[in-house]
Design a protein around this ligand. Structure first.
Ligand SMILES: *Cc1c(COP(=O)(O)O)cnc(C)c1O
Length: 461
């Protein structure tokens, strides 16, 4: 049976996977979720033992893709997507001491976990557009890693234009160069004078403009696009097959996308101990899981810039479940978030969330100390985002086995690594070549009108 998807806000028509991919955000401003979750039995899980990443990906993704693409196409897309990774296992796992497994998710073209989903998304877009005569305009907000991964996945693809908005002072030099040094006519990286939340706000405003949305055929590469989450579910299954017992996953979190993929894996039948939400000083989620109150404060710049977020879009997907799939209640709470700068859930809802999620935070000093300590003990260099997760894992008494998600390669953040251990990690050759390339920088104010004007201008030329 074909998989159907509905919106968390309940006012958009149901659609299929193709519709979900090509629209990104639901027309009512909500996020798409599958109406029924595929279920993997103990036998299914057993069959995955010893299989390759690609084989497990095919098993996990097939039910979601039913009706959207033939199985041989799906198999081909999975092969192509992960051929661009420089590790045979795609997401290898290694041990850091007796009680921590580290899942390395950063072996793709731009050295962060975003590649895992975006490589796949790029090929899916191409397949869904082919023969349709349609042109797609992709817009995305990034604090650094989504933009570079989206550009790597979509550069020079036919019938697609990509506009990426990033905070002008946010990304590291490597992250910025991965966006500004790519010479492809369909790629436009825009530096916005503002924060990541400003960029994400503009993207949401573009989607809220029904006419623009229609005229430009907008979709997005942010994790509000269900395909991102879906492709990330795979590595939770892959990692779980490599340990004995129910794993606890520790996830450095910003937009709540990656950790929601863990929750989705659980909903599909993967036995999981706990899901640990690790934040930097932008700890809105950590505060939520302690108090049941969601209240954004100003964004603070940290050494883990990809997590400098206060409005975690994907939280709405969890909220939908906490509200018993009552879209009206979700709409009310999302309204309060916008108009009253926050909302609270009931004690019962909070307890329901706490049964699955645990949360903790680490500040910059703790991040640096964790990088130094892990390097001293194991000779392994953590990137600052992964270090936030490892620090939180060490602070909490977690049920074993513990799998920490390694979300980026340390070489993306050389200044921080230098501060922590006095060494600069060497860049993989595929990234080092960017250092001598010219940059194309476009600076715009944090204004939706200015971004729209720029898009229209650029599309004409
Ligand atoms: C995007 C990102 C995160 C946060 O992931 P979310 O899905 O937004 O929670 C963490 N670490 C790195 C390196 C990232 O690029």
């Amino acid at each position: 049976m074909n998989m159907r998807f509905h919106s968390t806000r309940g006012l958009a028509p149901e659609t299929d996977l193709r519709g979900v991919a090509l629209s990104g955000l639901a027309p009512d401003g909500g996020l798409y979720l599958p109406k029924i979750w595929p279920q993997f039995s103990t036998d299914d899980l057993h069959a995955m033992r010893g299989e390759t990443y690609q084989q497990i990906a095919f098993r996990v993704l097939r039910p979601f893709m039913q009706g959207a693409m033939p199985e041989d196409i799906l198999r081909g897309i999975i092969e192509k997507s992960y051929a661009a990774f420089d590790a045979a296992e795609v997401t290898p796992m290694r041990k850091l001491g007796a009680d921590c497994h580290l899942l390395e998710l950063f072996h793709g073209p731009t050295l962060a976990f975003k590649d895992v989903a975006l490589q796949f998304l790029g090929h899916c877009f191409e397949y869904f557009l082919q023969d349709s005569g349609r042109h797609l305009t992709i817009v995305g907000a990034t604090s650094g890693d989504t933009g570079s991964a989206a550009i790597a996945a979509l550069a020079n693809r036919k019938n697609i234009d990509v506009f990426i908005l990033y905070p002008d002072k946010g990304p590291s030099e490597i992250q910025r160069r991965q966006m500004t040094c790519v010479d492809a006519a369909n790629v436009h990286a825009l530096a916005v004078t503002g924060t990541f939340d400003d960029c994400q706000g503009i993207v949401k405003a573009l989607f809220a403009d029904a006419r623009l949305r229609e005229e430009e055929n907008l979709s997005t590469v942010n994790s509000i696009n269900w395909l991102r989450i879906m492709a990330q579910i795979v590595y939770y299954f892959v990692a779980a097959q490599k340990v004995e017992g129910k794993p606890t996953f520790v996830v450095p979190t910003g937009n709540f996308g990656d950790v929601f993929a863990g929750y989705a894996a659980m909903k599909c039948g993967l036995p999981v101990g706990k899901l640990v939400v690790a934040s930097n000083r932008n700890d809105i989620l950590t505060r939520f899981f302690a108090t049941g109150r969601m209240s954004p404060q100003g964004v603070k710049g940290t050494l883990s810039p990809s997590m400098d977020i206060q409005i975690s879009s994907n939280f709405e997907r969890l909220l939908f479940d906490l509200c018993g799939q009552d879209a009206k209640q979700v709409r009310g709470l999302m309204c309060d978030l916008k108009d009253k700068n926050g909302f609270s859930v009931s004690d019962k809802q909070l307890r329901q969330a706490q049964e699955i999620f645990v949360a903790g935070r680490a500040d910059d000093e703790e991040t640096l100390a964790t990088i130094a300590d892990v390097y001293d003990k194991y000779g392994y260099v953590l990137d600052p985002h992964t270090a936030v997760g490892v620090k939180v894992a060490r602070d909490l008494a977690l049920p074993q086995p513990v799998i920490c998600l390694g979300t980026a390669h340390p070489a993306k953040f050389p200044d921080t690594i230098q501060r922590a251990i006095g060494l600069t990690p060497s860049l993989p050759a595929k990234t080092a070549i960017l250092i001598n390339k010219p940059e194309r920088t476009i600076l715009l104010p944090a204004s939706t009108e200015r971004v729209v004007a720029f898009m229209r201008e650029r599309k004409k030329s």
